[in-house]
Ligand binder design. Structure first.
Ligand SMILES: NC(=O)c1ccc[n+]([C@@H]2O[C@H](COP(=O)([O-])OP(=O)(O)OC[C@H]3O[C@@H](n4cnc5c(N)ncnc54)[C@H](O)[C@@H]3O)[C@@H](O)[C@H]2O)c1
Length: 257
């Protein structure tokens, strides 16, 4: 873990109370970073930060709803106050929900998915960049997209569209903020076991057929990709989408015909 050189670095993990966020908070802390665990559920944020402190780390809990611009602003300033500075922002928040096909999507479904998956990335990342610019220090932003933003997403059109927009934002923020010394990257997970996502046998069987590695990923494997991008191990990498999907997106093969 010394390779990641996170000792003395301060990281805000947005959505750190559960799933991929909790796994990322644990890894960042294990690699030496001080971690502000943010979750809209205060009990989750407190439980994870207490766990990190019990393991010898420095951690604090922050509870805000980052789908609101003022919540995102408060999240960044409370994390910086709690840790005595900020170098890394990892934003994990996002969630799919089943929708109709695009022709029949209800406006309220679309608005919900926009709010859950897109707005907060602009709000939290923007608040982070303004703070780093004012303090004249660089940093690293890592966000969690999805292969749904790279592939077609039948039955999940709004979710895929928000993740595709996030991929676009990743590249734009990377270019706009490179002069500030801020790197911006995203991880795009494939189908993943998380605290919340317990996949049924049908999905596991399908994974055997459609994923070259023959299995569903685990939240710790997504967290490792986020750790890499957040650390100086990725010091020359910005604007990239690191796909962690067991090869699912490369299965369509050229057969030489
Ligand atoms: N599980 C998968 O198969 C998969 C695949 C691709 C992408 N992803 C992406 O991975 C990310 C994490 O997924 P997960 O299943 O680990 O998440 P999760 O839903 O289990 O955990 C997210 C945490 O964020 C908190 N949260 C939600 N909305 C918030 C808000 N507005 N403000 C503050 N906190 C909020 C929740 O309380 C929760 O504790 C998401 O962006 C998801 O789209 C997941």
């Amino acid at each position: 873990m010394d390779l990641f050189k996170l000792g003395g670095k301060k990281a805000l993990v947005v959505g750190g109370g559960l799933g991929i966020g909790r796994a990322t908070a644990r890894l960042l802390s294990g690699a030496g970073a001080s971690v502000a665990v943010l979750d809209m559920d205060p009990a989750r944020a407190e439980t994870v930060s207490a766990e990190l402190r019990a393991s010898g780390g420095i951690a604090c809990a922050v509870s805000e709803d980052v789908s609101l611009a003022e919540g995102a602003e408060a999240a960044v300033s409370k994390a910086a106050a709690g840790l005595g500075g900020l170098d890394i922002l990892v934003n994990i928040v996002g969630r799919n929900s089943v929708t109709e096909g695009v022709a029949d999507v209800k406006p309220e479904q679309f608005e919900l998915l926009l709010s859950r998956n897109l707005r907060h990335h602009l709000y939290t990342s923007g608040a982070f960049a303004r703070r780093q610019r004012a303090e004249k220090i660089g940093g690293a932003v890592v966000m969690v997209a999805s292969i749904a933003g790279i592939l077609s997403a039948p039955g999940a059109g709004p979710y895929g569209a928000t993740k595709a927009a996030l991929i676009s934002l990743t590249k734009t923020m990377a270019v706009e903020w490179a002069p500030l010394g801020i790197r911006v990257n995203s991880v795009a997970p494939g189908i993943t076991w998380t605290d919340r996502n317990q996949w049924g046998q049908d999905i596991q069987d399908r994974a055997k057929r459609t994923i070259p590695m023959g299995r569903i990923g685990h939240q710790d494997e997504i967290a490792r990709a986020a750790l890499f991008l957040a650390s100086d191990m990725a010091s020359y990498i910005t604007g990239q989408i690191l796909v962690a999907d067991g090869g699912m997106t490369i299965i369509a093969a050229y057969d030489g015909a």
